[in-house]
Design a protein around this ligand. Structure first.
Ligand code: AGP
Length: 594
C-alpha cells in the first residue's frame, strides 16, 4: 500500500522522482525517500511528506533513480524503515510495495552468510538477496532473488554501474511509462501522466529491464511482449481541476461519470454479463463480494438484481468470505473493487476460482490485479479516483449493477422504458443535488460539533445509510453508525438524545410510512434529526429539524441521489472540523494487505 517510482533518462532524476512521488502519496504517506545513482548510490529518506522531503534534502546528482512513499506494514514509520533499502555495500537500492511473507527465514539465512540488516522491514531482504546472487547481470540476480521470495511485491532496483532499472511485480500493480529518451516506472498511471501518456502494464511474474532508450520484459527468463496503452485521461483529470480537494472534484464529476458509464454500456452489442447463457449453464444465484464502499454498492446491487431479475443474491464482506463454508454450486460470483488491488477481495477471488466459480470483476482500474484474476471484467468509467474516500466510483458501480440487472429484468417493456428514461435523467438529477449545496453546508456546520451520529434507512436505502456513516467516519473522524431504521429500537435507542443527531433517508417508496414512524420515535428521544426527503414532501418538514430535499427519481435510483447528498455532507463536515479530507489518518486508497 505504498507508492513506488523509477526514472532513467537524460534529465536530473531527483526533481522528477519527487514530483511523481507526490502523485502517488495517496497510496501511503507516513514516510518517503529516494535513491539516485551516479557513480555511487545516494539515498535520502525520512518520516516526512514528499513536499517536506523536497524542501530539506540535498541535491543528489544523477539521471537514474528510484523513489517510495510508504504506508507501514512491517516495521513502524521511521527513518531507518523508510525506503529505499540497500545491500551491505550500498551499491544496490530497492523500493517495494507489498509484503514478503518469508522474510524472517530469509533474513536469518542471510545473516548467517554475513549480511547485516539495519531496518525492521521485510523489504530489506531483497537488496541483500540481489547482492548474494549478483554475478555481473542485474536482472538475473533480481530473478534469482525473487525465486526465493514468498509474498506480494512490486519492486524497482537500481545499482551502481548498471545503466538500467529493473522492475518486477507479483500481486502488486506496476506500470512502465515510455518517454522520449527517458523511461518511468510507477505504481499507477497518475504518477507519471505529467511526463507521458504511453504506458505498459506489467503482469504478475514479469521482470522489466528499463533503460533510457529501451524496455525489455521477460518472464522466467523468456522475453515477452506487453501491449502499450495510450492513457486517455489528461494530467488535469489527475489533478484537482480547481477544486480545493480531490474529494470535492470527484463528487462533482459524478454527472459525467454516470453519463460515461451509461454510454459505455448502452453502446455494447452484447449484454454486460450473459446471464441467459449462464442460466442455461445452470446458474441459479448470485454472490457479490467486496469491501468498504464497494461492499455497500454490492448491498444496493442485491436489491436491484432481486427486484429486477428475481434470482437470489447473497452479499458477503470479502475479508470474511474465507471463514465459513460455502455452497457455491450454480452461483455466479461478482466482485466489486474500485482499485482492483484490495487484498481481501483478491484473496476471495482466488478462493472462488479454486472452487471452480465463474468470477466477474467490476473495477475502475484497467490492468489491475482483479482484472487479471477475473474470468470477465466490467470497467466502471469513473476515471482516476485520488481521494481516499470513494465517491464517484460508488455511483459508477451502481450504474453497472443497474445495467446488468435491466439486461435481464422480468419487468414489462413499459417499466423498462421508464427505467431507461430514469437512468438517462440521473446525471441532471445529480447535478441538481450538487447545485443545492447550501443546505447541506448548513447541516454540516451543525453536525461538526457532535462526536456520535446515526444514519438510518430502509430497503434499498439501508446500504446508503451504511455508506453515509462510512464517509463521515473516514474523513471527519466523527463516530457514525449506519443502521436499518427498524433496528434502532432493538438497542441503539439507548444512545439517542440531544448529543446524538440522527440522519434519516426518507424515500418515496414502500418504506415511507415505516420511516415516518421511526422518525417520530427518534424525535421522542430528543435526538436532533436531519432528513433527506424528496421535493414536495410536506409531512417530513413538520418532523425534522433539518430537511435536505432531493430531486424526485424512480425509487430504485434513489440510492444515487441520496449517496451524493451524504458524500457532500461528510465532505463539508470534515472541512468544518479542519480534517485532511483527501488523506485521512490511518487510511489509504487501496488496501493491498490483509
Ligand atoms: C471507501 O471510501 C474506502 N476508501 C474503502 O472503504 C474502500 O471502499 C475499500 O477499501 C475497498 O476498496 P476497493 O473498492 O478499491 O476494493
Amino acid at each position: 500500500m505504498c507508492g513506488i517510482i523509477g526514472y532513467i533518462g537524460n534529465k536530473q532524476a531527483q526533481p522528477i522522482l519527487l514530483s511523481c512521488l507526490k502523485r502517488v502519496e495517496y497510496r501511503g504517506y507516513d514516510s518517503c525517500g529516494i535513491a539516485v545513482s551516479s557513480g555511487s548510490i545516494k539515498v535520502y529518506k525520512d518520516v516526512v511528506r514528499v513536499e517536506t522531503l523536497a524542501k530539506v534534502m540535498p541535491q543528489l546528482g544523477g539521471t537514474a533513480g528510484i523513489g517510495h512513499t510508504r504506508w507501514a506494514t512491517c516495521g513502524e514509520p521511521s527513518q531507518v524503515n523508510a525506503h529505499p533499502h540497500c545491500d551491505c555495500a550500498g551499491n544496490i537500492a530497492v523500493v517495494h510495495n507489498g509484503v514478503i511473507n518469508n522474510f524472517q527465514s530469509l533474513r536469518q539465512q542471510l545473516i548467517s552468510e554475513g549480511h547485516t540488516f539495519i531496518s525492521e522491514t521485510d523489504t530489506e531482504v531483497i537488496p541483500h538477496l540481489i547482492e548474494k546472487y549478483y554475478n555481473g547481470n542485474l536482472e538475473k540476480a533480481v530473478e534469482a532473488a525473487l525465486r526465493v521470495v514468498e509474498g506480494s511485491y512490486a519492486i524497482v532496483v537500481v545499482m551502481v554501474g548498471e545503466p538500467k532499472l529493473v522492475a518486477a511485480r507479483k500481486d502488486s500493480p506496476l506500470i512502465i511509462g515510455i518517454g522520449d529518451r527517458e523511461s518511468f516506472i510507477a505504481s499507477d498511471v497518475p504518477a507519471i501522466l505529467n511526463y507521458t501518456d504511453r504506458v505498459i502494464y506489467l503482469e504478475d511474474g514479469d521482470i522489466g529491464v528499463v533503460t533510457r532508450d529501451n524496455i525489455e520484459i521477460a518472464r522466467e527468463g523468456t522475453a515477452v511482449e506487453r501491449e502499450e496503452h495510450k492513457i486517455l485521461w489528461g494530467v488535469e483529470e489527475a489533478q484537482k481541476g480547481g477544486y480545493e480537494h480531490f474529494m470535492l472534484k470527484e463528487i462533482h464529476e459524478q454527472p459525467k461519470v454516470i453519463r460515461d458509464t451509461l454510454v459505455e454500456y448502452t453502446q455494447m452489442a452484447e449484454p454486460v454479463v450473459d446471464l441467459e447463457r449462464m442460466r442455461d449453464e445452470g446458474i441459479e444465484s448470485m454472490l457479490i463480494l467486496a469491501c468498504g464502499t464497494s461492499y455497500h454498492a454490492a448491498l444496493v446491487g442485491k436489491y436491484i438484481v432481486e427486484e429486477l431479475v428475481g434470482i437470489p443474491v447473497r452479499v458477503e464482506i470479502a475479508s470474511e468470505f474465507s471463514y465459513y463454508g460455502q455452497t457455491l454450486a450454480r452461483t455466479l460470483a461478482i466482485v466489486i473493487t474500485q482499485s482492483g488491488e484490495t487484498a481481501d477481495t483478491l484473496k476471495a477471488m482466488k478462493r472462488l476460482k479454486e472452487v471452480g466459480c465463474r468470477v466477474v470483476a467490476i473495477t475502475n482500474v484497467v490492468g489491475s490485479s482483479a482484472s487479471r484474476v477475473a474470468d470477465q471484467t466490467i470497467y466502471t468509467r469513473a476515471g482516476p479516483e485520488i481521494s481516499v474516500a470513494s465517491t464517484k466510483s460508488f455511483t459508477a458501480q451502481l450504474m453497472v449493477l443497474y445495467w446488468l440487472a435491466m439486461g435481464y429484468s422480468k419487468a414489462d417493456a413499459r417499466r423498462l422504458a421508464s427505467m431507461l428514461l430514469g437512468l438517462r435523467q440521473l446525471p441532471s438529477k445529480v447535478q441538481r443535488v450538487l447545485d443545492n449545496g447550501d443546505i447541506i453546508l448548513q447541516c454540516a456546520r451543525y453536525l461538526a460539533k457532535y462526536e456520535n451520529v446515526f444514519f438510518i434507512g430502509r430497503g434499498i436505502n439501508f446500504p446508503v445509510a451504511l455508506e453515509g456513516a462510512l464517509k463521515l467516519k473516514e474523513i471527519s473522524y466523527i463516530h457514525a453508525e449506519g443502521y436499518a431504521a427498524g433496528e434502532l429500537k432493538h438497542g441503539p435507542f439507548a444512545l439517542l438524545g440531544e448529543n446524538t443527531p440522527v440522519i434519516a433517508i426518507v424515500a418515496q417508496d414502500n418504506t415511507y410510512e415505516a420511516m415516518l414512524t421511526n422518525i417520530k420515535e427518534v424525535k421522542a428521544r430528543k435526538s436532533p434529526l436531519m432528513a433527506l426527503a424528496e421535493e414536495g414532501d410536506e409531512a417530513i418538514s413538520e418532523l425534522a429539524d433539518f430537511v435536505i430535499t432531493v430531486p424526485r427519481v424512480d425509487a430504485i435510483f434513489s440510492p444515487v441521489v441520496n449517496a451524493v447528498v451524504l458524500q457532500l455532507l461528510a465532505y463539508y463536515t470534515a472541512k468544518e472540523r479542519g480534517c485532511p479530507v483527501d488523506f485521512p489518518r490511518n487510511l489509504a486508497k487501496s488496501v493491498t494487505v490483509e
